[in-house]
Design a protein around this ligand. Sequence first.
Ligand SMILES: Cc1cc2nc3c(=O)[nH]c(=O)nc-3n(C[C@H](O)[C@H](O)[C@H](O)COP(=O)(O)OP(=O)(O)OC[C@H]3O[C@@H](n4cnc5c(N)ncnc54)[C@H](O)[C@@H]3O)c2cc1C
Length: 421
Amino acid sequence: MPASEAKRVGVIGAGMVGVCTASWLQRDGHSVFLVEMGQPGHGASFGNAGCFNGSSVTPISMPGVIRNVPRWLFDPVGPLSLRWSYLPAIAPWLVRFMRAGTREKVHAQARALRPLVGPTREALAPLVSAAGANDLVHRLGHLYVYRSVQSLEKDRLAWELRRENGVEVDEFDADELRQLEPALSRDYVCGVLVRENGHTPNPLKLVERLLGHFLRSGGKIMQARAHGFRLEGRRLAAIQTDTGDLPADAAVICTGAYSKPLAVALGDWVPLETERGYHLMISDPESMPRIPTADADGKFVATPMETGLRFAGTVELAGLAAPPDWRRARILLAQGRKMLPGLAASHPEERISVWMGHRPSLPDSLPVLGRSQASPDVIYAFGHGHVGMTAAPMTGKIVADLVAGRPPAIDIAPFAAGRFG
Ligand SMILES: Cc1cc2nc3c(=O)[nH]c(=O)nc-3n(C[C@H](O)[C@H](O)[C@H](O)COP(=O)(O)OP(=O)(O)OC[C@H]3O[C@@H](n4cnc5c(N)ncnc54)[C@H](O)[C@@H]3O)c2cc1C
């Protein structure tokens, strides 16, 4: 639906969230420019597992998660690691994280997330079709596999949250699992398939394809680092950058894990942290699952990509500045070989590539989405944590609603920046 009044809108950050947002705003008839300090699509949107999981309504902090934390932290191949020197800096976030994981709160968080992530395919489809990128989005489902009935039982609440939010699942026993994914280890005794989920075989290419269409349709991209906003009263006059002021009627902050200083510049403090994650890829793998497959105990995903097999996952708490610890990526290889016994026991280094990226995470696993305190013209759209690829298309639609002055398609009250007050 065209906007009643075309505006000049600056979208800061050209990751999946920024590019989807810019595309939805452009479809509304606005004159839109992106502001990107690095290379478009090379942030967290580059190396993720590529999954569009509308079923991902389960917060990371769940009741009982705290009981697992010490075991994970002291397990060198566990899914969570913490640089101890970073503990003082992250301690307040960890306290909020633990407090977010009560039974009552996780039901509310899941209810808030479902309308944002559930319609991902419907919200992405028009952008993908227009950009000629249908080959970059598959809908084959997502498989979760378990090594014991007990570990499935431990995930009971997560499945309850998904089911009560309308996610339909199919459960498979060991024999059925073997037929579904013959490449998987016989150690897995059961699996759960979510058919509504999809994935991209190349997240970077998808962002670039969407961006290409945005630029061909008259959008612009500026290479600059945004650091603030020039306001006249409560109205936005310009985005301030290291290359000068960029006049704009509206601005959207889609800067992922780097968003905190921009929110602070507008008087909103948010406990945004980076949950650093890794991937390891094998080109020409000897074995590969047909669809993205999550090892529920190891908390990593194996995704069949265009360029090989990607193992992605793990959480490292060490801030934005610390250099990557590539041992975290290597752990994924060891675990991946256990998942897919058809993989070779060793691979030449030229067939292996590794990556680290910054998930932008709030302690309650909900993003910050809505207007800033200082100006109705500056809109937040960051902090999508583990589900930013999935949530990006609907986030873009909601921002377009806000800029046009339409009531947003879903309830965004749970995503308010002020909830941490
Ligand atoms: C290992 C791993 C696996 C994952 N798997 C999945 C998955 O399967 N499915 C899923 O939905 N999500 C997944 N995620 C999460 C997902 O990748 C992120 O939530 C998502 O990519 C965030 O997108 P974004 O556009 O907000 O941030 P980014 O992609 O990081 O983009 C932010 C952009 O803003 C730019 N920027 C920052 N500050 C400024 C500034 N001041 N001025 C100008 N530009 C600026 C940056 O250069 C960057 O390009 C995964 C993440 C990791 C780490």
